[in-house]
Design a binder for this molecule. Structure first.
Ligand code: SF4
Length: 370
């Protein structure tokens, strides 16, 4: 099991994820023999991290890297295959519906698609009153209406009286996402999991939604897990980045440091693919080549899962999963290039930044891959 990713958070962790693994079973039928084949999808494998009040951590990676699965397990929409998710040090008893309900009132999910996440036949008032009723937070119709008005004002949907009785199709994408955010904060959670909350919105409103989330984190001391494929917005928005690839976390550190001095070749690939108008204008933009696609999660590559695409791959990379190597107190990466005796291929290390401080191996998982 990997060690929890322990940044110097303010106070005790609200959420502690320990060695979380989520595998799904899929069945496919052979049309000739009609035999059914059972396969395991390794969506998330042995990840650990912590979320602290009043802070935002971004989980960054390409589509299919397992980011959304982490969000679903954190909110107990899916149960972990192994490992644990602790809220204030305690895992809910999943056999007790009341405990799961209480857990969900504390950990809320904001979905990517504001068009699909609201029921088209119900008004804004209905969407916001429902969680208040389910979690017994209001006693009367008038109290519910007053609370809904306050929630709409909190997410800057004003004048609230003009919005409260509207149907979703009468709202813009940005307004719908604000309603979804109001619904998530209606039950006064401690933790928000925002799964690509702005990727389906018009570019012009993305910043205002991110600013709104930032305001809620600061004002209500929420812990926010921001799930995104956009490393540029993650840098702007989050204090810390967790870079995920093929179900594993490959690098973690302060946002500014990870984006300015990325250690892992996959992080470098993500950054080189992100739009940077300044570098393009200066002509200093350098694209990194990493041919291939995300690997199959049914039969993930052995050793380092990035090795089939990595321009720096060495013999050891296909054989053994790299443990965590500390670059400094708050920044680590899982890459054999940062081991004690890197065996770099000729010319390969030229593009890599030198480790910033003494690199030490820590107690990450050292299991060999299947
Ligand atoms: Fe590349 Fe090897 Fe590092 Fe994986 S461990 S990123 S294959 S150099």
């Amino acid at each position: 099991m990997t060690e929890p990713d322990r940044p110097d958070g303010p106070g005790e962790a609200l959420i502690r994820v320990n060695g979380l693994t989520k595998h799904y079973t899929v069945r496919a039928r052979n049309l000739r023999s009609l035999a059914t084949r059972r396969s395991i999808v390794h969506a998330v494998d042995d990840i650990s991290f912590e979320l602290f009040p009043g802070t935002c951590i971004a989980l960054v990676g390409e589509s299919g890297s397992g980011k959304s699965t982490v969000g679903r397990v954190l909110t107990y929409l899916d149960r972990p295959t192994s490992g644990e998710v602790l809220l204030r040090g305690k895992a809910p008893n999943l056999k007790k519906r009341s405990e799961v309900r209480n857990y969900r009132s504390q950990v809320q999910l904001i979905l990517q698609d504001p068009y699909a996440s609201l029921n088209p036949v119900h008004t804004v008032a209905y969407h916001l009153e429902r969680p208040l009723r389910i979690h017994d937070m209001v006693k009367s119709k008038s109290e519910a209406r007053a609370t809904i008005i306050r929630l709409l004002e909190e997410v800057h949907l004003t004048p609230a009286a003009q919005v409260i009785d509207k149907l979703p199709h009468e709202l813009s994408g940005g307004q719908r996402q604000r309603v979804a955010i109001a619904r998530a904060v209606a039950v006064q959670p401690s933790v928000l999991v925002a799964d690509e909350p702005v990727s389906m919105l018009d570019v012009s409103v993305r910043l205002s939604i991110l600013n709104l989330l930032n305001e809620l984190v600061t004002k209500s001391r929420l812990a926010l897990l921001y799930i995104t494929h956009d490393i540029a917005s993650a840098r702007y928005f989050a204090e810390r980045l967790l870079v995920m690839y093929a179900g594993e976390i490959l690098e973690s550190g302060p946002s500014e440091e990870v984006t300015q001095s990325p250690a892992h070749p996959y992080t470098q690939l993500l950054i080189s693919a992100a739009p940077d108008p300044d570098a393009s204008a200066r002509g200093t933009r350098r694209k990194m080549r990493a041919p291939g696609e995300n690997p199959s999660l049914i039969a993930p590559p052995s050793g380092c899962r990035f090795h089939p695409r990595c321009p720096h791959a060495m013999d050891i990379c296909a054989k053994s999963r790299p443990p965590r190597f500390q670059i400094n107190d708050s920044h680590w990466t899982s890459c054999w290039l940062f081991g004690d005796t890197p065996q770099t291929q000729p010319g390969a290390a030229a593009e890599l930044p030198a480790p910033q401080k003494k690199v030490t191996k820590t107690t990450g998982s050292t299991r060999d891959e299947q």
